[in-house]
Ligand binder design. Structure first.
Ligand SMILES: O=C(O)C1=N[C@H](C(=O)O)C[C@H](O)C1
Length: 292
């Protein structure tokens, strides 16, 4: 089970590869994961937004986890695996969290319940119920996708829940992390907003769960390492070199640009997404060809 102090460094939210017909492509998954494990990353996230959780069935999450454990075994590299289990139904999130624990997850990533616009009391009760399962919980705040914004006061209440070990912050800026880290005992905050990675590290984030790290993994590891060593200017310079990549990867909905790039590089056999997600536009393809 993941401890608070292990929530640091680069965690890669892995893409879920599909065949052109939409079936899970475990061969591409193995190939991609094998490549990621060669880098000094601290963890993996399965079934996150980048893993297309809305269209991946739980039985497929289980196959992805089995493939992950096998691949780590083959590469003799065991790192923590976080599984996305959050939904907008508390009972289903609790059930999935228990199942993730049985599959061997070290922690679960639980998105703020979306769509039904629950009250803050409802959101707190949701996290209390999920945390009671006993698998460490990482709160996932992403208001642009959920339609609910958690203020710093409520976030402190969520982080105070026993069994919640930290936060993945995709709140759209650095205000939340700078507010929360004024408390030196704050639980770890992982940046999930790729373009603010360096800025969030400067504000006290402990690392990042970054879709872009599927691509230039070593460069993200280097930014983290330099910042952790206090070499903030060098970290900034290294991060600035990554910005064109990050901007391209988020010009259309993640993970469509990322899958296109990985397929062009021959890491995935196809850039297939499941509807309603669509492959990237021709305009973005031409623009991103420069990244090849
Ligand atoms: O996979 C995730 O979870 C991530 N989600 C964010 C998003 O797609 O908005 C981006 C982040 O890099 C990883």
């Amino acid at each position: 089970m993941l401890k608070e102090h292990e929530l640091r460094g680069i965690y890669v939210p892995v893409v879920t590869p599909f065949m052109p017909g939409g079936e899970l492509d475990i061969t591409s998954y193995h190939q991609h994961l094998g490549g990621l494990l060669r880098h000094d990353i601290q963890g993996l996230v399965l079934n996150g937004t980048t893993g297309e959780s809305p269209t991946v069935a739980w039985e497929e999450v289980s196959r992805l986890m089995q493939a992950t454990l096998l691949c780590m075994n083959q590469h003799q590299r065991k790192i923590p695996v976080v599984i996305g289990t959050g939904t907008n139904d508390t009972a289903s999130s609790v059930r999935r969290t228990a199942q993730a624990g049985e599959l061997g997850a070290d922690a679960v990533l639980v998105v703020v319940p979306y769509y039904s616009r629950p009250s803050l009391e409802g959101i707190i009760a949701h996290y209390r119920a999920v945390a009671q399962v006993g698998v460490p919980v990482i709160v996932y705040e992403i208001p642009a996708r959920t339609g609910v914004r958690i203020d710093a006061h409520t976030m402190r209440t969520l982080l105070d829940i026993d069994g919640v070990i930290g936060l993945k912050d995709c709140s759209g800026g650095i205000e939340l992390v700078s507010d929360l880290t004024t408390n030196k005992d704050c639980k770890p905050i992982m940046c999930g907003e790729d373009q603010y990675f360096h800025a969030m590290l400067c504000e006290g984030a402990s690392g990042g769960m970054l879709a872009s790290a599927n691509v230039d993994t070593d460069a993200f590891v280097q930014v983290y390492r330099l910042a952790a060593e206090g070499q903030l200017h060098q970290a900034q310079a290294a991060f600035d070199r990554l910005l064109p990549l990050i901007h391209s990867l988020f010009k259309e909905s993640n993970p469509a640009p990322l899958k296109w790039l990985l397929a062009q590089r021959g890491i995935l056999s196809s850039d297939t997404l499941r509807l309603p997600m669509m492959p990237i536009s021709g305009t973005l393809q031409s623009e991103m060809s420069a990244l090849l």
